[in-house]
Design a protein around this ligand. Structure first.
Ligand SMILES: Cc1ncc(COP(=O)(O)O)c(C=O)c1O
Length: 494
């Protein structure tokens, strides 16, 4: 395995690596450190590269890499495409960060927000209500499966997860089981970065620097079956949840939190019957089931909610991202009258909130987003087209570096391997060279934004806007195939 490809570029967004996030393949620019005053004096916005390097703190980003490389500055978007500051077009195969579900450039969402700003720019949901949050809550209640009919708005995914865990604890305390406080989640799962959400997150490199975390987290096996022995009971990972509940003591466990398709590790789908078994287990032990649909709701899996795809009924859904197609920051916890009941009488309340929960402009944006999802029947579009998307990815299996293809809807991953027969993966140094040293930058250079990630085994992940069609699938293949061939030639075979 060669190590002569320039490595050590940039990790971005929940610890993965966004293609193009500073790469050796990008043009080099000097890393100037101009004071703010001079940058401002340089006229209006000044030089975006210079200002970004001087002032912007990018999330999950090895900013040192930008000493030698350009910051990828995206200035415009239209449909499935975005454009950088040099006017170069990219196919946004990641919907930015699994969130621009209806695609870029939908001015009508901003127009809805602007109309709302003219009417009522902000009022709070702390003891008050306003029409946008009331109407959006009612609309979500009508769309949500089963008895999910009550909506607690927040500003993003981590806040949703944080709120759901707190609500689970508060619910049990209010119903006479105050010792139930623990949260069970899965290894490699990403549930956010605030201290409670980070406790649910099952990625050691993200957790370890911030320990001690919130007490009460427990992680179980995920559903990645790529290396399972053939005779393994397909529902063993579901049963592992029951073992964990029994080990911790059911009377101490508040909730289990699971994504319909697990993002961290690369689009792990559930085995047939997995969620039905988990539901039985949760019911048997009085544990609440939280479906974390920060990515998987709003059409990503071909349904408004991811749990509908796998036909299970959670006690709570956490969502964000696609609720506004990311045109405004918003998240929500959606739950039932049963869970809300203890907080609806007398002096009881759920003593929790965020200033911007249910922000009227975000609500108006979400309404306009759902209008588009419905008007253009984007869930049905995903169901109609996902076979073609999948077939394109499956066709890459003839490449020696492609070990597995998995996912559902418009949410798929390709696992990269050193040896297809033995399923041997790359060690951390090799993965660094493969992903950050080559693939990430090269895919971006060739005009495809997707995600390379080695938080589990190395993967390339795709999550295009829900409007994507054959043209985009062909374009993805036209870029992925030669780049993966080159990765194999340069890095593995070398
Ligand atoms: C399943 C899941 N939960 C929670 C989060 C955290 O969301 P946010 O980044 O909006 O805080 C994410 C973010 O990607 C996610 O994928």
């Amino acid at each position: 395995m060669a190590t002569n490809v320039t490595s050590a570029t940039t990790a971005t967004s929940d610890g993965g690596t966004a293609a193009g996030a500073s790469s050796p393949a990008l043009a080099r620019t000097p890393a100037t450190r101009t004071p703010a005053a001079r940058a401002h004096a340089s006229g209006g916005g000044g030089d975006l590269q210079e200002l970004a390097k001087r002032h912007l703190w990018m999330h999950f980003t090895r900013m040192g890499a930008f000493a030698e490389h350009e910051v990828p500055v995206i200035v415009r978007g239209e449909g499935c495409y975005v454009y950088d500051q040099h006017g170069k077009r990219y196919l946004d195969g990641l919907s930015a960060l699994y969130c621009v579900n209806i695609g870029h450039g939908r001015a009508e969402l901003g127009e809805a927000a602007a109309r709302q700003a003219g009417e009522l720019g902000f009022y709070t949901n702390w003891s008050y209500a306003h029409p946008p949050s009331i109407e959006l809550a009612a609309r979500i209640a009508a769309l949500a499966p089963g008895d999910l009919n009550r909506v607690f708005f927040v500003s993003g995914g981590s806040e949703a997860v944080e709120s759901a865990w707190k609500l689970a604890k508060a619910y049990h305390a209010a119903t006479g089981e105050p010792r139930r406080h623990k949260l069970i989640s899965r290894q490699l799962a990403y549930h956010g970065t605030s201290m409670g959400a980070l406790t649910a997150t099952g990625l050691p490199p993200l957790r370890e620097p911030f320990e001690p975390l919130t007490p009460g987290g427990h992680h179980v096996a995920n559903t990645n079956s790529y290396r399972w022995q053939e005779d393994r009971d397909p529902l063993w990972a579901a049963d592992a949840i029951e073992e964990a509940i029994l080990f911790e003591g059911a009377h101490t466990v508040a909730a289990v939190i699971l994504e319909p398709v697990q993002n961290g590790g690369g689009c792990f789908v559930p085995q047939d019957g997995y969620f039905q078994r988990v539901r039985e287990i949760c019911d048997r032990h009085g544990v609440l089931l939280i479906s974390d649909e920060v990515i998987c709701a709003w059409g990503r899996l071909g349904h408004m909610f991811g749990c509908e795809r796998f036909d299970y009924q959670p006690d709570m859904v956490t969502t964000a991202k696609g609720i506004t197609s990311a045109y405004a920051p918003m998240g929500a916890v959606i739950t039932s009258d049963r869970v809300a009941e203890p907080f609806l009488h007398g002096m009881a309340s759920f003593t929790h909130g965020f200033t911007f929960g249910g922000h009227p402009m975000a609500c108006a944006t979400a309404m306009a987003n759902i209008d588009v999802l419905e008007r253009e029947q984007l869930c049905q579009h995903v169901l109609d087209r996902e076979g073609e998307f999948r077939a394109m990815l499956e066709s890459l299996r003839d490449l020696p570096i492609v070990g597995d293809v998995r996912g559902a809807g418009y949410f798929h991953a390709i696992e990269l391997v050193k040896d297809k027969e033995t399923k041997e993966t790359f060690n951390p140094d090799e993965a660094e060279v493969l992903l950050r040293g080559f693939l990430s930058g090269e895919l971006y250079r060739r005009g495809l934004i997707c995600r390379t990630d080695d938080r589990g085994d190395p993967i390339v992940q795709l999550s295009p806007p829900l409007i994507a069609d054959r043209e985009q699938f062909e374009e993805i293949e036209a870029i992925l195939r030669p780049t993966l061939i080159e990765a194999w030639e340069r890095i593995v075979r070398h």
